[in-house]
Design a protein around this ligand. Sequence first.
Ligand SMILES: [Zn+2]
Ligand SMILES: [Zn+2]
Length: 303
Amino acid sequence: MYVPQIPDILPYAVPFFFVTVILESLITRHERPKKYEIRDTAASITMGIGSLVSGILNKIFVVWLLFGAYENFRIFTIPFTWWAWVLILFADDICYYFLHRYGHEVRFLWASHIVHHSSQKYNLSTALRQTWTGNFFTIVFYLVLPFFGFHPLMILTQMSVSLIYQYWIHTETIYKLPVWFEAVMNTPSHHRVHHGSNPLYLDRNYAGIFIIWDRIFNTFQSELPSEKAVYGLTTNIKNYNPIYIAFHEWIALFKDVFTSKTSFLNRLKYLVKPPGWRHDGTGVTSEDMRKQWLESKRVKPLN
Ligand SMILES: [Zn+2]
Ligand SMILES: [Zn+2]
């Protein structure tokens, strides 16, 4: 099979990221520090650079796994044709949806993904705030692709395309786009909801490129004018040290696993249960917060 030479496109996008972050910070300069704050942006950029470095280190492992699955287990052989690129656009995006969803619902995956949600700002630099540790788990969610016969190079290229697509949606400068676009594609409006810590917005809109997965799997929430997103975590870290941002949830998680006075099984549950879960029943998860909020909004019947 003919395999074209495709370089990794992500490094080519980096100068575009820097230029547009500077442009957006200038456009919104009258709203500082509400929209942009130097130490917040500096932390996000440092996280982005660290993530690129960890991604490069991790690449050997990823390429080895993808080729291993492709060469030993594939059931089809999908050539590099136009329809294959259309197929992988959707196939990769559904893998991303589940990776992202479990990244919120399983604590040891959240320990990595929390990084991306740790800023209380929402601007293009927030997109660069990426994990240093998650790259090692990500690939598991994509192994189904080489199994179906997508070539590893095609998969890696599409993963970079997806990451680049998700960059521009981290902005408040675009309100809503045409209805048809909002219906199908992930947009700044949909992703603002995803970064909101409001109970109504928690764990919604996991989409990468297409919002359709959230609509299909019942995790969609539109941005309401009456509910302005409050960005960040339900308990914010208020810390700009990149090392702390990268590892604070790992430390909290291991503390729960190793020091909780409970059974071995319960301690292990800290790894796989949703963030907020506690073995003694005192924990509050996103789902609990959402339910409590919806309950409080319910109009009481008059009697
Ligand atoms: Zn997320
Ligand atoms: Zn985001």
